[in-house]
Design a protein around this ligand. Structure first.
Ligand code: SAM
Length: 297
């Protein structure tokens, strides 16, 4: 796998609005759509994407027992987000009861901006968090994601950010290029959490901070029982029905949350990646946690 080095030449920065710069070396074109398939029911569903060896990129019950150790997790995740991109934002709004926008605003506030920062939003998806940074007064925001269809929606949303197609595990930027790196609901999807956090640390300048927004499991027993009932039983059925999903995306979501390291373990990983100060800010009974990790030399 090619990893970006300073000797590769100047980093990619500043693309015109609406243009997407591709940096998906190492990702196969054969993960692109293999054709639109119409599922049973009234409306056409999402296209079904194929893996490199022509197997459909869906999440079986067996894979969902341990999604983070699935060997081709990255390919499946990328195919899944390409497929659900058209309704991704709408489904988020409905099933988080609008809380997702408030969580992103909180993440921006906790980045303690002065307005002069260079911000990189890793796993930016359709660009919601990148746009929240722009709304927070930052002028230089770059969004990076490896799912082309998500980025197409991000670029359509405009707002003045630069959009870059690439892999979070081999960021196409020189070391120390950014003052703030953010990642909302992205780290859980990485093939290799440690490598992803290491890349975030590498591209941060001294004094910079990484702001992560991620699902976590509430500490209280009732809150945990209630949220797991909702996310494992109610939401997957309704979200799959609403979206016409064929990839298993909304079964992957709860299973990838309960099998992901807890908030304290994520904090440990951040320290192991080199961050000297790590703050945890639970939100909505601990359903999500905002982590702020500082690169203090
Ligand atoms: C749940 S979405 C979150 C999108 C956005 N940050 C938000 O808050 O709505 C996760 C995103 O992570 C991206 N992603 C996962 N692994 C990635 C990787 N290794 N490199 C780049 N993007 C990745 C997916 O393509 C997807 O768009």
């Amino acid at each position: 796998m090619h990893r970006y080095r300073e000797s590769d030449g100047p980093p990619v920065v500043a693309r015109p609005i609406g243009r997407i710069r591709r940096h998906n070396r190492g990702l196969t074109r054969r993960e692109e759509p293999a054709g639109r398939m119409i599922p049973p029911g009234r409306k056409p569903g999402y296209p079904l994407y194929m893996l490199a060896d022509d197997r459909p990129a869906t999440w079986s019950h067996e894979l969902l027992r341990s999604p983070h150790t699935t060997a081709d997790k990255a390919g499946r995740v990328r195919a899944m987000f390409n497929a659900i991109a058209p309704t991704y934002e709408r489904v988020n709004r409905v099933f988080s009861f609008g809380r997702d926008a408030a969580w992103r605003r909180d993440a921006v506030r906790l980045a303690r901006l002065t307005g002069t920062e260079r911000v990189l939003d890793v796993a930016c998806g359709t660009g919601d968090l990148a746009r929240a940074f722009l709304a927070g007064g930052v002028a230089r925001v770059t969004g990076l994601d490896f799912a082309h269809e998500m980025l197409v929606r991000a670029a359509r949303g405009g707002g003045g950010a630069t959009w870059c197609e690439g892999d979070a595990l081999e960021l196409p930027f020189a070391s120390g290029s950014f003052d703030v790196v953010s990642c909302a609901f992205g780290i859980r999807n990485f093939q290799d959490l440690r490598a992803g956090l290491g890349e975030c640390f590498r591209v941060l300048a001294p004094g910079g901070r990484l702001v992560i927004l991620e699902f976590s499991r509430p500490a209280g027993r009732f809150a945990r029982w209630f949220t797991e009932l909702y996310t494992a039983r109610v939401m997957p059925r309704l979200a799959t029905w609403m979206s016409g999903d064929r990839t298993g995306a909304y079964r992957y979501l709860p299973s990838s949350v309960v099998t992901f390291p807890g908030a304290d373990a994520v904090a440990q990983e951040l320290r192991a990646a080199g961050f000297s100060r790590v703050e945890l800010h639970p939100r909505t009974l601990g359903v999500v946690t905002i982590y702020v990790a500082w690169n203090i030399p």
